[in-house]
Design a protein around this ligand. Structure first.
Ligand code: FES
Length: 105
């Protein structure tokens, strides 16, 4: 599944992510800078923070309570903030674009 991660500075990384992986794994396995995934994807570190553009909002499952709780502590939070490890990639996400924050502070 083709996913494009766009760093805060505009650098684009178009990579292929296996379906059933999550967006944090897709970024870290492909060495995309700006995604850390420190907790390994258990929704506790928030270092997989990313932004989903409006055109993709309706096509991605909404955040569960646990994800929203962890998002409360991220810096650079926006209305479209998500945790990459909580979004499982599916074939329907072909062409997905994910924006990354300035840092995972
Ligand atoms: Fe830790 Fe997503 S990898 S919250």
């Amino acid at each position: 599944v083709a996913v494009t991660y766009i760093e805060h500075n505009g650098t684009e990384h178009k990579v292929d992510v296996d379906a059933h992986m999550n967006l944090m794994e897709g970024a870290t396995l492909n060495m995309v800078p700006g995604v850390i995934g420190m907790c390994g994807g258990i929704c506790s570190c928030s270092t997989c923070h990313c932004y989903i553009p409006p055109e993709w909002q309706g096509r991605i499952p909404e955040a569960a309570a646990g994800e929203l709780g962890t998002l409360e502590s991220v810096t650079h939070r926006k209305a479209n903030s998500r945790l990459g490890c909580q979004i499982t990639v599916t074939e329907e996400m072909q062409g997905l674009v994910v924006h990354l924050p300035a840092d995972q502070g």
